[in-house]
Each structure stands twice: as structure tokens, then as C-alpha cells.
Design a protein around this ligand. Structure first.
Ligand code: HEC
Length: 275
């Protein structure tokens, strides 16, 4: 009996030791990745997202779709063709579409209305997988965002439909849902929380939201591609084991409106660089 207990204890110890070793190895990998990220950040010109921004500009200017026109007449909220500072004032209510739209949603709209592109095929799979390059809409969004870098977030969000969107976003952010019964707040409503080495920003707190929301779209070192805010929201919904949220949907736009409102006055520093 005694020896059996000793054996059980030994097996338990062995289990913990294996687990500890795996965790330590994982931590070591994360620390090396962190060093790599710091080196990349030290030289902003090394951010690979800039290549996507350049390509996004070329895509914006290139005639495409059944109408064979460019996106240069697209109104991002400051008048047709005005890109400088547009991102810093989005999301916004657009009367022509009668809805609140963020940058990516507006690009989809202009593709359809100006270029005559049917987005339904693209929307089946609009985000890149690990290792693949960010897709066209994301590249254009990266360029548009980069043209507001250094500005402050200044989306007015005072039109009744904008106020509604922010309110819906706030409810969604706080609402527990899905098989894990998680809300965004489960992971993002405390200071100093982390999963492994990734700090989890307190996104409902303006001081913390201001620091990170303006960094998206961002180059994500671990998946080697640019991730846009629509993609970020989808990925966090996935962590909650929720359905795939569609790029440009009311739900993702409401969450983005809420986060941008919380980050009001923060700097736009896109494209950023993330783990
Ligand atoms: C299970 C925990 C979890 C939940 C729930 C969750 N997230 Fe996240 N979120 C993360 C993790 C982990 C990261 C960091 C990911 C990374 O670095 O790869 C993150 C990152 C983010 C970021 C980027 C933060 C930064 O540092 O720039 C945003 C924005 C975000 N989440 C929004 C949301 C929203 C909106 C929801 C609800 C729809 C949500 N998250 C729900 C775990 C979660």
C-alpha cells in the first residue's frame, strides 16, 4: 500500500516536471519572439506592413472590377478621394449606405458601388491564414490607416446611428455568450492580465484603449501577416468559440465603434507591430 502511494506520488511529480519543462520551453520561445519584436519596433521602417500599405495604394489607384475604374472617387467621409486623415475620423455614419461603417466596410462598399465588384465571393474568406499575405481589402485599409498616422482619433460618433452603434458595441463587449460563456470583458476588463506573455489590454478603460486601438491594422509577427481590426475582432470571437463574424457586419462595426470611442483622443500609430 505504502509503495503504491509512493509510486502514485512519483508519477504525479514526474507529470508536473514534464509540464513545467514544456511551460519553461514555451516561455523561452516567447521571450525570444519578444526580443525579435523589440528589434523590429526599434526600426519602424522594418515593419513589413509598409509593403502592404504601398500595395494598398497601388490597388486603390488601379482600375478594377466590371466598371474598370479605380477607387480614387471613393468617399471615406471627407469627400470623394480624400484619404489623408480619413481613418482618424472613422467609423462614421454614411447617408448613402444608411449605416455606420469602419474603413474596411467602406472599402467593400466602394468596391461594389464604384467598381461593380460583387463582394460575396471575397467575403467567404476575407482574412489571411497564418503565413499568407493580407488580402486586398486589408492592404488598402492598411494604406488608408497609414495616411492618418500621427493624428489623434477624432471620430465624432454623435449622429444618432453612431450613438446607437457605440451603445450596441458596448453591450456586445460586456455580454457573455457562446459555449464558454465568455464576454470580451472576460479577457479585456482588468489591468495587468495576460495569457502566456501576451498582455491583455483593459480595452474598456480609455487610458489603455488609447495606447493600442490606434495600432491596428498591425503586422503580427507570429503569423507573419498584417491583421486588420475586423480580423482582430473575428479572431477574438473565435477565442470565445463564437460563429465567424463577417467582415463589415453590424456586429463587428459596432464593436469597433465602441473601441474607437473608448480610445478617443489616442494616437493613430498604424500600421503597428504586434506579437
Ligand atoms: C479568451 C480571452 C479573450 C477574449 C474573450 C477576447 N479576447 Fe481580445 N485578445 C485576446 C488575446 C490573447 C489577445 C492578444 C492576441 C495576440 O497578441 O495575438 C487579444 C487582443 C485583442 C485586441 C488587440 C489588443 C492590442 O494589444 O492591440 C483587441 C482590439 C481585442 N482583443 C478585442 C476583443 C474583443 C472586441 C473581444 C470580444 C468580441 C475580445 N477581444 C475577446 C484574448 C481575448
Amino acid at each position: 500500500m505504502k509503495s503504491l502511494r509512493t509510486i502514485v506520488a512519483a508519477i504525479a511529480l514526474l507529470g508536473t516536471a514534464t509540464f513545467d519543462r514544456a511551460a519553461a520551453q514555451q516561455d523561452a520561445v516567447e521571450r525570444e519572439l519578444e526580443k525579435y519584436r523589440q528589434m523590429m519596433k526599434a526600426d519602424p521602417w522594418s515593419n513589413p506592413a509598409l509593403l502592404d500599405a504601398d500595395d494598398g495604394e497601388a490597388l486603390w489607384k488601379k482600375p478594377a472590377g466590371p466598371n474598370n475604374v479605380s477607387l480614387e472617387k471613393c468617399d471615406l467621409g471627407k469627400g470623394p478621394g480624400v484619404v489623408d486623415g480619413a481613418f482618424a475620423a472613422l467609423p462614421k455614419y454614411f447617408a448613402d449606405a444608411d449605416r455606420v461603417m469602419d474603413t474596411e466596410t467602406r472599402i467593400l462598399w466602394c468596391r461594389e458601388k464604384l467598381q461593380g465588384i460583387d463582394n460575396s465571393e471575397f467575403l467567404k474568406n476575407p482574412h489571411p491564414g497564418g503565413g499568407a499575405r493580407v488580402k486586398e481589402v486589408g492592404r488598402i485599409a492598411t494604406w488608408i490607416a497609414s495616411k492618418s498616422a500621427g493624428m489623434k482619433f477624432a471620430a465624432k460618433l454623435d449622429h444618432p446611428k453612431e450613438v446607437d452603434a457605440v451603445e450596441v458595441g458596448k453591450v456586445l463587449f460586456n455580454r457573455r455568450m457562446g459555449p464558454f460563456d465568455f464576454a470580451c470583458t472576460t479577457c479585456h476588463a482588468d489591468s495587468g492580465k495576460r495569457i502566456r506573455l501576451q498582455p491583455l489590454p483593459f480595452l474598456s478603460k480609455p487610458e489603455e484603449a488609447k495606447k493600442v486601438v490606434g495600432e491596428w491594422p498591425a503586422y503580427r509577427v507570429s503569423s507573419t501577416h498584417v491583421m486588420t481590426m475586423q480580423h482582430r475582432v473575428l479572431d477574438c470571437f473565435w477565442q470565445m468559440r463564437m460563429h465567424r463574424v463577417q467582415m463589415g457586419s453590424e456586429v463587428s462595426n459596432a464593436l469597433i465603434a465602441y473601441m474607437v470611442k473608448t480610445a478617443e483622443g489616442g494616437d493613430v500609430a498604424a500600421p503597428g507591430m504586434k506579437r
